[in-house]
Ligand binder design. Structure first.
Ligand SMILES: [Zn+2]
Length: 333
């Protein structure tokens, strides 16, 4: 990739194709992200992301249902995935015959998966964008979904244009074998601006989702410029494991060289590619908790004769339905 190639306009913040910025021209270190608002005023306004999710102030929402991850066990043709080092993070995407979809979970619409990417730091005790009751994790994955059948302009003007699922990783001693196909392939995209099509025969998105369906829900923004307030966030409660070698693979990726040199081995490593937490500003954070729902409904069952058991209806029944659907559950948008 030549320096002039690298000056091509790249969609900002991984997600947004409407307004274009040069990734190289942005200051990504978390301290410098304070300057984003100078060029992108929305970044300095309210209802921004990420946030700290304070357990004392979240609202249990007993009307919420689990998020349905439709076709998340799909694999692209030839198990071919696209990995990109965009100088700020690693993005994973694929051309699915049936795009994985989000439904349920009190989302306002159906959403199609666009890509996933990661946030990390150069140390183990922080790196995630969101904080969970003050706790920070070394790695956070974002599964970015676009509202189906809407134009880019409509999405930009719609506060629920995107649905992003955030998944935390916590440090363990044993490698997460479901993540290994990805971390092994990172060596192919060490230089910023590198895109590789890779065959990952043993990898599905479903394999890197938490088992527990519990999540937190709030409305917020993209965590990179232009920081549009258009994201319905679902932050999964249960972290999944990663070990230090796998974290090191993320930290081995290079950013663009400050002087635009093509010598990528002299370029700095990508580090601290997370935005600091933002003010909640009066927003409500809702909580879906499967155990709480079970306990509540168990009480109700005692007083409402004939009411079916909640675990079956809220958890097992949707799973049974999904398991009987065809391989391509929904038409692509
Ligand atoms: Zn992100």
């Amino acid at each position: 990739m030549t320096p002039s190639d690298r000056l091509l306009l790249i969609a900002a913040g991984f997600f947004n194709g409407l307004r274009l910025v040069r990734l190289e021209d942005l200051s990504w270190e978390n301290v410098q992200s304070e300057r984003w608002k100078d060029e992108y005023p929305v970044c300095g306004r309210s209802h921004q992301s990420p946030i700290n999710i304070d357990f004392q102030t979240v609202t249990e929402d007993y009307t919420m249902r689990p998020i349905q991850f439709i076709d998340y066990d799909e694999v692209p043709p030839g198990h071919l995935w696209r990995l990109e080092n965009n100088g700020y993070t690693v993005k994973l995407s694929a051309d699915f015959p049936c795009s994985p979809q989000l439904q349920g979970g009190s989302l306002h619409a159906k959403y199609s998966l666009v890509q996933i990417h990661f946030h990390w730091a150069h140390v183990d005790h922080y790196g995630s964008e969101h904080h969970l009751d003050g706790r920070r994790y070394p790695l956070e994955m974002h599964l970015v979904h676009l509202r189906r059948n809407k134009s880019a302009q409509e999405r930009a003007n719609d506060e629920i244009g995107y649905a992003v699922v955030a998944v935390f990783f916590e440090l363990g001693n044993v490698a997460n074998h479901q993540l290994t196909p990805i971390t092994n392939a990172l060596q192919l995209i060490q230089a910023a601006g590198t895109v590789r099509n890779v065959t990952l025969p043993d990898f599905t998105l479903k394999s890197i989702l938490p088992h527990l369906p519990d999540f937190f829900r709030y409305n917020g923004s993209l965590t990179t410029p232009p920081c549009d307030v258009t994201v319905q966030w679902s932050v999964m409660r249960q972290p999944i494991r990663v070990n230090s070698n796998q974290l090191a693979a993320f930290r081995s990726l290079r950013a663009f060289h400050p002087d635009k040199s093509d010598n990528h081995t002299a370029a700095p490593f990508i580090k601290n590619n997370f935005r600091p937490v933002q003010e909640l500003g009066g927003r409500k954070v809702l909580r879906y908790r499967s155990y709480a729902k079970y306990e509540t409904d168990k009480i109700n069952v005692e007083s409402v004769a004939g009411r079916p058991h909640s675990t079956f209806f809220y958890l097992l029944f949707p799973m049974l339905i999904l398991s009987t659907l065809s391989a391509c559950t929904y038409q692509r948008p």
